[in-house]
Design a protein around this ligand. Sequence first.
Ligand code: SAH
Length: 339
Amino acid sequence: MTRYGLDRDALTALLADEPAYRVRQVWSGLHERLSSPSEMTELPATLRARLEERLTPDLELATESVSDGGETVKWLWRLHDGALVETVLMHYADRTTVCVSTQAGCAMACGFCATGQAGFDRNLSTGEIVEQVIVGARAARGSGRRLSNVVFMGMGEPLANYDRVWPAVQRLHDDVGLSARHLTLSTVGIVPGIRRLATEDLPVNLAVSLHAANDELRDALVPINRRYPLSVLVAACEEYLAAKGRRLSFEWALIAGVNDRDSDAVELAAIARSLHAHVNLIPLNPTAEYDTPGSTAARVRAFRDLLRELGVNATVRQNRGTSIDAACGQLRATAVTLS
Ligand code: SAH
């Protein structure tokens, strides 16, 4: 049983021979105070020792890298079976965000993404996902900040691991105390997952990695589009909006000459306007197996300006962690090269 892999019932069973209030103490210690069992000084020493032994962490640190003057921290974790995943913590003036992985590797095979290039290993467990957030929150607290946001934008496709990701979302909301509007699931466009999300109680933010606004180009960039083409994806987004009323956002990695032309902006604007979606632009980060470079800074600005002229809310995302391969789409590239 791992520290964040157990649920409340499992903890209750583990503490069956203790007074009932211990369950609440340990549970809130783990999730609200972010404590390891040995730090729970309100517990008798023997119980602390027993819990420390029984509730082992899922994440073993392989490497930690720091960039952007300490404002970006990347951790590479080795899991019990040797799988490697990464977590990135980013401090901004007004918020601190942790970007978590939901799978070791990814089966979606987007050619421009380092994780996609490396293929799929396995789904992460709920405990492995929650623990990434706890570690991020502890580190934030250690530098005098408070973790405010969680984005499921690390390695893997969250909606392809729905049954473990959603319990993690609920735990972050119910037990860690993060509000739904500070939790963002990012998807390549798994339509059944978006539909299922629309039936959940918690109105989390939904980000869709669009990258192309016509099927021909999207089929090439994001292979899952062949299964769930744009018309179906847009309909699922409409359903989510109608059910949750949360702002939808589109991610768009600008690739020179591929999806950064004026005509791409015009096609994107039509879809974004119809869904009142916010567009996040980011120049494509370089990866080993994809030759075409990201758009130039000037082209990124021109694309943004054109979207704005067309009535779309568009921002250029700050590019964090490039020097430590922690930027979007780059996760695990270096680790895989080293291993
Ligand atoms: N599978 C999910 C979440 C992980 S990817 C998804 O597709 O949304 C997180 C974001 O990084 C996605 O928007 C993805 O398209 C983007 N991304 C992947 N490779 C990138 C790269 N090389 N440069 C910039 N963004 C990239």
